[in-house]
Ligand binder design. Sequence first.
Ligand code: SAM
Ligand code: DTB
Ligand code: SF4
Length: 323
Amino acid sequence: MSHARNSKPELRHDWSVDEVERLIARPFMDLLFEAQAVHRGHFDPHTIQVSTLLNIKTGGCAENCGYCSQSAHHDTELEREQLLDVDAVLADARKAKEAGIGRFCMGAAWRKPNDKDLDKVIAMIQGVKALGMESCVTLGMLTGEQALRLKEAGLDYYNHNLDTSREYYPQVVTTRSYDDRLDTLAHARKAGLSVCAGGILGLGETRRDRAAMLVELANLPSHPQSVPLNKLVKVPGTPMADLPDLDDLEFIRTVAAARIMMPASHVRLSAGREAMSDEAQALCFFAGANSLFYGDRLLTTDNATTDRDRDLFQRLDLHALAV
Ligand code: SAM
Ligand code: DTB
Ligand code: SF4
């Protein structure tokens, strides 16, 4: 069927790793110019979607993700905390709502939730929805049935990251498989939840691994509605604490490629902003990043502060998506 003039091109799901490696390697100015043009075809370039994060269960996680402060396999400074009370979580959500935040994201350091814990999370989701906010949770692996329960509770987004390429994955975590991650994403998608799925850059992976991760995401049956790109936050006591820093320009290239490949998705500038200059963040926005986590803390580590973000938005003429 032919398309009307000016209609948007179809979203692609047939990317190859070679093609995307070449895309990331294009001359920097050409890559960013194209990413910005694609961005403007789908979004208002002055608007950034903002979410706030709360860790609702801290530490003691059975998985051995090499980057994570919350894995029981690593000796980090983190104090464990059991699942928070619903009221405490909703008090935090109310504060976020008063600060004009549109989406409230709750994270739990679980390999997978049990059904009793899920009941409590469902009460949290219902409370967040009653405040008129969008809700997002990240709880580890889900069964199809659990994904449906979350959907019925009114959940909007499920976050579950692929983190890296299939090839590099065993260097990052060995307590679960890449296919486990893809299965959970399929359960979330089939339940009708919006999917938030991305990864971490700076885990010691190659550019080809970064390309392969983007190919996995873009070739899913539908593009994740939100694609978080995290820059590794090096946590003392984790096996990845002493890795060399990833060049911010390489991070920005990867943001641009994600924008070009998944043009209608929100590309989320996630962990790692605290260590980035204002100028590097500005280039991430130019490359097509259009959502972020707002608030002084991420899950267990510091975020760019709200004061700094307010100042940056003002200097870049950006505004938060109205809620
Ligand atoms: N346990 C659940 C899971 O892994 O899906 C949810 C919480 S987990 C902390 C959420 C995501 O945060 C991870 O998938 C990972 O991509 C990101 N993350 C965790 N620690 C990080 C770090 N030190 N630097 C950057 N990203 C990190
Ligand atoms: C995502 O991709 N990044 C967020 C959110 N999804 C849950 C979490 C970042 C965590 C950074 C490390 C920490 O604070 O523990
Ligand atoms: Fe557990 Fe998630 Fe941290 Fe992995 S990233 S150790 S699954 S909390």
